[in-house]
Design a protein around this ligand. Structure first.
Ligand code: FAD
Ligand code: NAI
Length: 466
């Protein structure tokens, strides 16, 4: 029996950050992870491999299409998909090893196995090889993450009908990829395979893509992706899928009901959301249960069971790596009696397509629904000199400020590298900045970040460059 101050179940961004912070604070910490490598969904089959393929496919498309030629670079690239996948896998392996290093550095024990809560303060860990270890812990943190939501009638076999993990490791470029769900995964992985040569059709139940993002930003992104060749079937539902060795036959109907049409694809990606993962966790042994969506509730990261905490995708809030990380820090700080807190109002959201979409804070739709008076400043990337020079002029920066106080309430960016720029507004908004604060802050020229300042200036109609 090994005794710990804190045992963490799951080694994803929630779990590994909690473990490392616990180690830093001098707690005796163990992280139980059953996967062969640390890093969870994010490092192994999520954020990182998807970004590796987005980066490589973006360069491939730039080289094959008119983009390089227009810059005066004449090349005739050929796709080596095997190498593209290999470099992705190598980068992922490097990252997961990095977490092992950080565990050693911070004296965290990685217990290899699947954790189960056996009772208050008691956890068992069973490895795939059949060994079993018992641990005691003053605190248990559940960080077991999420899994793809299944779609009845469209069974994922990861041969022809794929989840995101399958779509990150195909050994050939699909001729026709049908993506079910126009959310983040559908748009990112749909973009990857389109750039590599696939015809891509996205079937979405709602009448818009990316529900929840600012409607104007979502529309702009959809227009851009359509121009790139992605076909969208909105307000449509897939009612059945039959797969064979060579492809899949899908039946698609209007969401509201009506005549069905048939779609043929050689691969289908099901990306209709993710659901919390708590299988085999032994929640019943400490009187815990999940809600209808499989979610474990929390109050400031505490579950209803004393000494048991919960963070990341398995609990409420956006299913994002940086949200899991923030909760990990706040949870462990609370365990040691510090005042850890997460500001859920300011968790940024990014879609890593081209152009990218990045946002933080409230949307116009949310403000209208709340009856709150606001003003908007917008600035298009067509008027930004750096974006123009780089031939990347799609999109805009939009800043929404309170009508009376001028406090920035929401920022919505569609454009080049906006994922790297949204952090500026996260910091500003944490300090309750007004649009004028940003408008009066010097930004380097020539950079795309100037568009963010000009948008803030335009809240009072004083953008100088358009
Ligand atoms: P996870 O990362 O899911 O980790 C949970 C871990 O717990 C897993 O490793 C699992 O094996 C382990 N586990 C489960 N049960 C047990 C048990 N009983 N015992 C031991 N171990 C257990 N988010 C972003 O912010 N940015 C992105 O760009 C992004 N891209 C994504 C792309 C894809 C394709 C996908 C699928 C997701 C993406 N996400 C992204 C979401 C992100 O991966 C998750 O929000 C994040 O990984 C959640 O972290 P977590 O620690 O809560 O859970
Ligand atoms: P999602 O929630 O982003 O999008 C799912 C989409 O599927 C929605 O548009 C929804 O309306 C639609 N849908 C639901 N049921 C449907 C049906 N039966 N038929 C057709 N469409 C249907 O979920 P997604 O893309 O699977 O991603 C899961 C989560 O992973 C994201 O919500 C996000 O939290 C995380 N993620 C984050 C990324 C990032 O930060 N860049 C990248 C990838 C994933």
């Amino acid at each position: 029996m090994s005794n710990y101050d804190v045992v963490i179940l799951g080694g994803g961004p929630g779990g590994y950050n909690a473990a490392i912070r616990a180690g830093q604070l001098g707690l005796k910490a163990a992280c139980v992870e059953g996967r062969a490598t640390l890093g969870g969904t994010c490092l192994n089959v999520g954020c990182m491999p998807s970004k590796a393929l987005l980066h490589a496919s973006e360069l491939y498309e730039a080289a094959t299409g008119a983009e390089f030629a227009n810059l005066g670079i004449e090349v005739k690239p050929t796709l080596n998909l095997g190498q593209m996948m290999k470099q992705k896998d190598e980068s992922v392996a490097g990252l997961t090893k990095g977490i092992e290093f950080l565990f050693r550095k911070n004296k965290v024990d990685w217990i290899k196995g699947w954790g189960r809560i056996e009772g208050p303060g008691r956890v068992s860990a069973s490895s795939d090889q059949g060994s079993r270890l018992e641990l005691t812990a003053k605190n248990i943190i559940i960080a077991t993450g999420s899994e793809p939501t299944p779609l009845p009638g469209v069974e994922i076999d990861n041969q022809r009908i794929l989840d995101s993990t399958g779509a990150l490791s195909l050994s050939e470029v699909p001729k026709h990829l049908v993506v079910i769900g126009a959310g983040v995964i559908g748009l990112e992985l749909g973009s990857v395979w389109r750039r590599l040569g696939a015809q891509v059709t996205v079937v979405e139940y709602l009448d818009r893509i990316c529900p929840g993002v600012d409607a104007e930003a979502g529309k702009t992104l959809q227009r851009s992706l359509s121009k790139q060749g992605i076909a969208f079937k909105l307000a449509s539902k897939v009612t059945s899928a039959t797969s064979s060795a060579t492809g899949v036959q899908l039946s698609v109907e209007p969401a509201a009901g009506g005549t069905a049409e048939s779609l043929e694809a050689d691969y289908v990606l099901v990306a209709i959301g993710r659901r919390p993962y708590t299988q085999g966790l032994g929640l019943e042994n400490v009187g815990l249960s999940t809600d209808k969506r499989g979610m474990l509730a929390n109050r400031q990261h505490r579950t209803e069971a004393p000494g048991i905490w919960v963070i990341g995708d398995v609990t409420s809030g956006p299913m994002l790596a940086h949200k899991a990380e923030d909760e990990a820090m706040a949870c462990v700080e609370q365990i040691v009696g510090k005042a850890g807190e997460v500001n859920y109002a300011l968790i940024p959201n990014v879609i890593y397509t081209r152009p990218e979409l990045a946002s933080v804070g409230l949307t116009e739709e949310q403000l209208r629904a709340a009856g709150r008076a606001y003003k908007v400043g917008k600035f298009p990337f067509t008027a930004n000199s750096r974006a123009k020079i780089n031939h990347e002029t799609e999109g805009f920066a939009k800043v929404i400020a309170d009508e009376r106080t001028d406090e920035v309430l929401g920022v919505h960016l569609v454009g080049p590298s906006v994922s790297e720029m949204i952090g500026e507004y996260c910091v500003a908004m944490e300090f309750s900045a007004s649009a004028q604060d940003i408008a009066l802050t010097c930004h380097p020229h020539p950079t795309r970040s100037e568009a963010l300042r000009q948008a803030a200036m335009n809240v009072e109609g004083m953008a100088t460059q358009m």
